[in-house]
Design a binder for this molecule. Structure first.
Ligand code: SAH
Ligand code: SF4
Length: 380
């Protein structure tokens, strides 16, 4: 197939995982559109399928392998994102129909990689790019937005927290902050194009720093922009949230009064093993402070059940914390061992059957709390 012919072909980008990946898929689409490819809305007409993937839990990876298998070699398949970084060239052994593998720090090379594949007209040719460590700033300037009313803006890439269960620092690299001015410029141009709602994105937005400019200052600067109607952010880390930040949430008129503050566990020994950098008491104190300052603010969280060595009592402590705080919503995850992580070396692990039991218990508990809060809210 010649280059010209392939460029006429459509590319379908399928996204898995977090909001960061949703934004990365827009960047991928923008880069490919600029290189002359058409972005397909479904996989039917597309010759090339790009899987922009997640590696946070094994389950997410299994789903992608099964979907890749379902194409039975009828498409050109690209594995992109966190799972690509996790597998690197081993992806070609895992499924021979994969033609290219590109890690999150290398997505700007996508047009070049596709052109390589076509130039050589060797579909069996395998190309992989997983050595990158920085993303060029230009990738944020493609102007591609899936939704004409809302977009997400990346403020920092990677993470250096090394929570012991988490693969993110290994696949997305260390924390890098984008320049304050570049972020503002990207938001300005999104607002100029008619977008009115913005979500600021980072693995830990509260760690944002550019010289003496921190996250609270960024929120204030963005809130002041003309044309902006609503501002949100995702995700906050309990060890880095503080009073000034809560005050900003309360005061800034465009900011949504909601906070996602993943606690992961309610037991101090487990929090320590997780390397989270706070205790149960620290967490509860921050919640109290948030609720005092941000009137009517909602609160959501993430929980991991069945972390290696988690005892029944420690599990009960997590349940008690959930009841005590009364989260408006929570994502409850079953612990999944990830390559390279410290937690994957901890024994004994909790048996799958027990993890499932604990998972269901917390799901039911949280469902009851969420419903009660919704009901209370509706009554007001
Ligand atoms: N940077 C964000 C998001 C990290 S991934 C944060 O720190 O909150 C999103 C959620 O996935 C985490 O909060 C955690 O609850 C869950 N998670 C991460 N690694 C996991 C693993 N190995 N097993 C189960 N859940 C995991
Ligand atoms: Fe993973 Fe922890 Fe970083 Fe979140 S803060 S991405 S859980 S290492």
């Amino acid at each position: 197939m010649s280059n010209k012919e392939l460029e006429k072909n459509e590319v379908f980008v399928r996204t898995f995982g977090c909001q960061m990946n949703v934004r990365d898929s827009e960047i991928i689409s923008g880069l490919l559109r600029a290189a002359g490819y058409k972005i397909a809305l479904t996989d039917k007409e597309a010759k090339i399928i790009i899987f922009n993937t997640c590696a946070v839990r094994q389950h997410a990876e299994d789903r992608v392998w099964s979907l890749i298998g379902s194409y039975k070699g009828t498409k050109i398949i690209g594995l992109v994102g966190c799972m690509a970084q996790n597998y690197q060239e081993r992806a070609f052994d895992r499924d021979a129909s994969v033609s290219f593998v590109i890690g999150p720090q290398d997505i700007h090379k996508l047009p070049e990689v596709l052109s390589k594949i076509t130039h050589h007209s060797l579909l069996e040719r395998k190309v992989w790019e997983t050595q990158g460590s920085i993303r060029p700033e230009e990738i944020y300037r493609t102007g591609f937005h899936q939704d004409q009313a809302h977009t997400q803006i990346v403020i920092s890439e990677g993470c250096s927290n090394f929570c012991s269960y988490c693969v993110v620092p290994y696949v997305r690299g260390p924390l890098r902050h984008r320049k304050f001015q570049s972020i503002i410029e990207e938001i300005r141009s999104a607002l100029d194009s008619g977008i009115s709602r913005i979500t600021l994105l980072g693995q830990n937005v509260n760690a944002y720093q550019d010289g003496d400019l921190d996250f609270t200052k960024l929120l204030k600067a963005v809130n002041a922009l003309n044309g902006l109607e609503e501002l949100g952010f995702f995700t906050s880390h309990p060890k880095d949230v503080h009073l000034e930040f809560f005050k900003a949430i309360n005061e800034l008129d465009k900011l949504t009064k909601t906070l996602h503050l993943p606690v992961q566990s309610g037991a101090d020994r487990i929090l320590k093993l997780m390397n989270r950098g706070y205790t149960r008491k620290d967490y509860l104190a921050k919640v109290t402070s948030y609720r005092k300052i941000v009137e009517g603010g909602t609160l959501t969280t993430d929980i991991i059940v069945g972390f290696p060595t988690e005892s029944k009592d420690e599990f009960e402590e997590t349940k008690a914390l959930i009841s005590e705080v009364g989260f408006n919503g929570a994502y409850i995850f079953k612990y999944s061992p990830r390559p390279n992580t410290q937690a994957s070396k901890i024994v004994p692990v909790i048996l799958e059957k027990e993890i499932q039991k604990r998972h269901l218990e917390i799901l039911n508990l949280q469902r009851a709390i969420s419903n009660k809060l919704k009901h209370k809210h509706a009554k007001k």
